[in-house]
Design a protein around this ligand. Structure first.
Ligand code: GLU
Length: 484
């Protein structure tokens, strides 16, 4: 029987804003790592900063992860609920002698920091409280003097083998004796994280590179608490196309914005997975199952990666074409409803027709939003005529009226409703007028779809069917631009 511990990883966002795409990338890597290893992916909301944490942000995190399909195992852990354990752990460190009480006030510390900086040096706590006699410490505690608990950083060097960056070492001399418990009894971030990761039996701590400087402190805390160390992975930053760290300046950074734009969760996962990881070779397009199958530590990249919106859109178009209709439909329907378009029957009586429509439209769309906009004219009665399309394609109202009237006569006649027959008839009509086919089909396109661009005209005629086609031609002929 294997004794290898089950992989347990966690995503630990602070609920102080929306779910950022960089955070989503970290969540995805943890999720993929867990799923690949048959382990657990846990979610911990780090809500200890009460002033900045909001329920709204927590909901945005849940929603973003759910949309991406990153399901978590076990109950969500709220860090703030573990305050008692954090305190117990801090006091255990005090009891074992790994920490000491510090009575220096914030004002005193600030003054000393300023003085050190003015003298051109970096401030480091001078351990004066560690030097206090035990009786003096007892006296101050007994008389209620406020104090923090500080961790005494031992001598030596703290090293780990990072799963992304390889060996990293920090001389302990560079690490200040860190406060672990504030004078109001609340824990400092590094203590809360370590206490929770131990309690949650986390085997791999995988997070953004911003946390590298915290890691030596956390390793020292694990050791002092007598806990086994997890493995650490620090993923590189996500940059904008200008090489600067991705921020609002570069455009949308919230996962929810991409959902609203009509990006598919599958495409978003595929795109995010390649920000800091590579499956090797030329493989680029992968759904979540393929990502999971290929995900491996040796593909982690130490170099920062660039968030390129154009690539995301391209990738989205590729996923749009590959996706099963059953998965695509529930994503398009809300977008259509948001456009005020009724969608009755698309999943039932009109299903085959709807799938044919999706088939011809999705190759022409990059986002679900675009797809919904293109689909709207096939579902709405009456059609909304795009003003630019009318101005351009119906430039000569008299000629347009004549051509549409003739087209209507042909389409209303005894003609088999199949692409070959319709195409032959429309071409013959154009020829009889001494015009190129486009000159007849373009005005017809606007009449039938309201738009200047659409799939091939004969696909459109087949999708609309004869009755709707004729009804739309009548509506077009009644348009003020043509009837006036
Ligand atoms: N709450 C931290 C953050 O949002 C993450 C802590 C961790 O992953 O260790 O950056």
């Amino acid at each position: 029987m294997s004794t290898t511990a089950t992989v347990r990883v966690r995503f630990a966002p602070s609920p102080t804003g929306y779910l950022h795409v960089g955070g989503a990338r970290t969540a995805l890597f943890n999720w993929l790592y867990a799923r690949k290893a048959g382990g657990q992916f846990l979610l911990r909301i780090e809500d200890t900063d009460k002033a900045r944490s909001t329920d709204e942000s927590t909901r945005a995190i849940f929603r973003g992860l759910t949309w991406l399909g990153l399901s978590w195992d076990e109950e969500v852990v709220f860090q703030g609920a573990n305050l008692e354990r954090h305190r117990r752990d801090a006091h255990a460190l005090l009891a074992s002698g790994a920490a000491y009480r510090c009575f220096c006030t914030t004002t005193e510390l600030d003054e000393r920091r300023k003085a050190a900086e003015a003298a051109g040096g970096a401030f480091k706590y001078d351990r004066r409280c560690d030097a206090l006699a035990a009786a003096e410490v007892e006296r101050r505690v007994a008389s209620g003097v406020p104090h923090t608990l500080r961790f005494r950083v031992p001598e030596g060097t703290t090293k780990w083998d990072d799963m992304v960056h390889g060996g990293i070492a920090f001389p302990n001399a560079d690490i200040d004796d860190l406060v672990i418990l504030r004078s109001d009894g609340t824990p400092i971030y590094n203590l809360a994280v370590v206490s929770d990761d131990i309690a949650m039996r986390i085997t791999h701590v995988m997070r953004g590179e911003d946390h590298i400087a915290n890691t030596p402190k956390q390793i020292l805390l694990y050791r002092a608490l007598g806990a086994a160390l997890p493995a650490f992975a620090h993923f590189p930053n996500v940059l904008g196309t200008d090489g600067k760290k991705l921020s609002k300046r570069h455009g949308a950074t919230a996962v929810g914005d991409y959902e609203a734009m009509g990006i598919l969760p599958e495409a978003m996962c595929n795109f995010l997975a390649l920000l800091g990881w590579s499956p090797g070779g030329d493989i680029e397009l992968m759904d979540r199952a393929e990502l999971t199958e290929r995900f491996a530590q040796d593909g982690f990249l130490a170099k920062a990666s660039v968030f390129d919106m154009k690539k995301l859109e391209w990738m989205n178009g590729q996923h749009l074409v590959r996706m099963p209709f059953e998965t695509l439909t529930p994503l398009v329907i809300p977008m259509l409803n948001a456009l005020g378009v009724a969608t009755d029957g698309l999943d039932g009586a009109k299903r085959d027709w709807w799938h044919r429509l999706l088939e011809v439209l999705r190759v022409r769309s990059r986002t679900v939003d675009e797809l919904a906009r293109q689909a709207a004219p096939y579902l709405t009665v009456p059609v909304t005529f795009d003003a630019d399309a009318v101005a351009k394609q119906w430039k000569d109202p008299t000629l347009t009226r004549a051509l549409l009237t003739k087209s209507r006569a042909f389409l209303a006649g005894d003609v088999a409703w199949d692409a070959a027959t319709l195409e032959a008839g429309m071409r013959a009509l154009a020829e009889a007028e001494g015009l190129g086919a486009g000159k007849v089909l373009q005005p017809l396109r606007v009449a039938l779809t309201g738009q200047a661009a659409s799939p091939g005209m004969f696909d459109v005629l087949l999708l609309l069917g004869r009755d709707t086609t004729l009804a739309r031609l009548d509506a077009a002929l009644a348009h003020p631009h043509l009837s006036g």
